[in-house]
Design a protein around this ligand. Structure first.
Ligand SMILES: [Zn+2]
Length: 106
């Protein structure tokens, strides 16, 4: 992990708290449980219509290698999931504006 002070932080980030600029490794603890546990319990907010709902309630079109996840209210694509033959999974974010874990954080 690299650490740098951030004297040039944007003004909208101004506060009395000291901030540092680090690399993505700093998110390991904060994001634990967001994608590793049951993802269907995540609440997604659609960036198009602002509806929030559980991923489990979204509309999903799928075949053997691809899933298109759509907003139940406006039908915009929230994200797509593609599974490659070697096992890699690609998630392409579309209209998802926010992903929130359940209140218990899991
Ligand atoms: Zn929507």
């Amino acid at each position: 992990m690299t650490t740098d002070a951030s004297p040039d932080a944007p003004s909208d980030m101004a506060s009395t708290a000291r901030r540092t600029i680090v690399d993505g490794n700093a998110l390991a603890g904060m994001l634990t449980g967001v994608f590793a546990d049951d993802a269907t319990r995540l609440t997604l907010r659609c960036g198009h219509c602002d509806r929030s709902g559980l991923l489990a309630e979204a509309v999903v079109e799928r075949d053997d290698t691809c899933a298109i996840v759509r907003c139940r209210a406006c039908t915009r694509t929230l994200f797509t999931v593609t599974a490659a033959p070697g096992g890699a999974v690609t998630v392409r974010i579309a209209a998802v504006a926010e992903v929130r874990t359940p209140p218990d954080g899991r």
